[in-house]
Design a protein around this ligand. Structure first.
Ligand code: NAD
Ligand code: DEZ
Length: 386
C-alpha cells in the first residue's frame, strides 16, 4: 500500500510506518502526479483536495490532520466513493490557549487590574469556541456566544446564543467559524465594512478561524482610521501570500499557528491514524500519548507572595507567548524581497515551528495560595501539584 502524505504531518513514520510505503511531499505543491498511484492520501490544510488532484488516481481514502475542511471538495469525494476523515477538535485546546495568551497581553496593554472584567464575544461555538468559553467562564469572564446554526439546531437553548451584532459589542470579539460560502449562514466576509465600522478603539478583534471570514481589504481600510479597534490576526486571506500592508497595521500577527501546539498536531495525526485503521479494518495500536516528549519546562512554583493575575499570566506565557511568533513573522516578511519570497517565508515559519507544549504539560505548585488562585490555574488548563 502506498500512503502519500504532507511532509509536515508529524510522526508519520511512527503512526503509519508499518502500514505500507510512505511518500512525503510538500503539501503546498502536491500535484496529481504525486498522488496518482497512492491508496491513501494524508493532507493538512494547505493542499486543495479536489477533482484536479484526484481524478484518475487510485486514492480510496483521504484524511486531513486538521479541524478545518474548507480545502477539501467533500461533495466530489463522496460522488467518487472516496472515504474522507478529518480531525475534529484535535487542536481546539491549542487555539483556546492562544486566545487566553492574547487576552492576557491585551489586558496588560490596557493596564487592567482584573482581566476578567473583559466581556468576550465568541463567534462560532463549536469545538474551539466551546473550549474557549468553558475556560473563560471558569475564570470569571463574561462570555457571549454567537452561533446561528447552533441556535437553530438547539431551539430549547436559543437564549444561550446571541446575534453577531450583539457579539460585536463585546470588549473582545474572537472568530472561530469555518469558512463557508453556500450555507444558510455563510461566513465568507461575514465581518466586512459595516461590521468593522461599528468597532471602537476600546475593542479587540481576533481572527483564529479562517482568513476569509474577515474581508482583509475592508479591515485594512478600517485600520487607517484614527478610531480603529486593535486587531490580532492568526489567519489571513491569500495565505501564504498575506498582505504586507495589513501585517503592518495589526497589533498582533501570527502565521496561522494558533492550533500548532505539539499536542494538537499529534492528536491530529492520531485521529487520522484511527480513521485509516478503521478504513483498512486494522486494530488501533498506537496512541498520541506514547509520542509526547518530556516538556522543556515541567514545573513552576508560586509562593503566597504571588499576585493572582500575574501568576496565571506568567504561567500562560511560559507555555506560549504569541509575541515570539509575531516578531518572527514580521522579521521574515521584512527580509523577503518579493511577494513570492514572503509566501515561502510564511510557510517556512509554519514548517519549522518550535515545539510548543500545552498548559497541561506544566505542573504548577502553589504555596499557601487561595482556593480562587487554584481554581484559576485549573480553569486555564494547568495541572496542580498535589
Ligand atoms: N487558526 C488555527 O490554527 C485554527 C485551528 C483550528 C481550527 N481553525 C478554524 O476554526 C474553525 C472552527 O473550528 P472548530 O473546531 O470549532 O469547528 P466546529 O465545526 O466544531 O465549530 C464551528 C462552529 O461554527 C459555527 N458556525 C458556522 N457558521 C457560523 C456563522 N455564520 N456564525 C457563527 N457561527 C457559525 C458552527 O455552527 C459550529 O458550531 C475551523 O473550521 C477552522 O477553519 C483554525
Ligand atoms: O484547521 C486546522 O486544524 C488548523 O487551521 C490547522 O492548524 C491548520 O494547520 P495546517 O494544516 O495548515 O498545518
Amino acid at each position: 500500500m502506498l500512503i502519500v502524505a504532507d511532509e509536515n504531518i508529524p510522526l508519520l513514520e511512527a503512526f503509519f510506518g508499518d502500514m505500507g510505503q510512505i511518500r512525503r511531499v510538500s503539501g503546498r505543491t502536491m500535484s496529481a502526479a504525486d498522488v496518482r498511484d497512492a491508496d491513501v492520501l494524508l493532507v493538512r490544510s494547505v493542499t486543495r483536495v479536489d477533482k484536479a488532484l484526484l481524478e484518475g488516481s487510485r486514492v480510496r481514502f483521504v484524511g486531513t490532520a486538521t479541524i478545518g475542511t474548507d480545502h477539501v471538495d467533500l461533495a466530489w469525494l463522496e460522488q467518487n466513493g472516496i472515504r474522507f476523515s478529518a480531525a475534529p477538535g484535535c487542536n481546539a485546546n491549542s487555539v483556546a490557549e492562544y486566545v487566553l495568551a492574547v487576552l492576557s497581553l491585551y489586558a496588560e496593554l490596557q493596564v487592567m487590574d482584573d482581566w476578567t472584567q473583559l466581556s468576550v464575544g465568541i463567534v462560532g461555538a463549536g469545538n474551539v469556541g466551546s473550549e474557549l468559553a468553558e475556560k473563560l467562564l471558569r475564570l470569571g469572564f463574561t462570555v457571549k456566544l454567537c452561533d446561528p446554526p447552533r441556535a437553530m439546531q438547539e431551539p430549547d437553548r436559543e437564549h444561550a446564543f446571541t446575534s453577531l451584532e450583539d457579539a460585536l459589542t463585546c470588549d473582545v470579539v474572537t472568530l472561530h467559524t469555518p469558512l463557508t460560502r453556500n450555507t444558510a449562514h455563510p461566513t465568507y466576509h461575514m465581518v466586512d465594512t459595516p461590521e468593522l465600522a461599528g468597532l471602537t478603539p476600546d475593542q479587540l478583534l481576533i481572527n483564529a478561524g479562517r482568513g476569509g471570514v474577515i474581508s482583509n481589504s475592508a479591515l485594512s481600510e478600517r485600520l487607517k482610521q484614527p478610531d480603529a479597534p486593535l486587531v490580532a490576526l492568526d489567519v489571513w486571506e491569500q495565505e501564504p501570500q498575506i498582505s504586507a500592508e495589513l501585517l503592518s497595521q495589526v497589533w498582533l500577527a501570527t502565521p496561522h499557528i494558533a492550533g500548532y501546539s505539539f499536542e494538537g498536531k499529534v492528536r491530529g495525526t492520531e485521529m487520522v491514524y484511527q480513521a485509516v485503521c478503521q478504513f483498512l479494518g486494522l486494530p488501533v495500536r498506537k496512541k498520541a500519548g506514547q509520542f509526547l516528549p518530556q516538556p522543556a519546562l515541567s514545573k513552576a512554583v508560586f509562593t503566597s507572595a504571588a499576585d493572582e493575575q500575574t501568576a496565571v499570566w506568567t504561567a500562560l506565557r511560559a507555555c506560549y507567548d504569541p509575541r515570539s511568533d509575531d516578531a518572527r513573522l514580521r522579521k521574515v516578511m521584512r527580509l523577503a524581497r518579493s511577494g513570492e519570497e514572503q509566501g515561502v517565508a510564511f510557510d517556512r515559519l509554519r514548517r519549522d515551528y518550535p515545539v510548543r507544549r500545552e498548559c497541561s504539560s506544566l505542573k504548577v505548585e502553589l504555596k499557601g495560595s487561595s482556593r480562587s488562585l487554584q481554581d484559576s490555574f485549573r480553569a486555564a488548563g494547568f495541572r496542580l501539584h498535589a
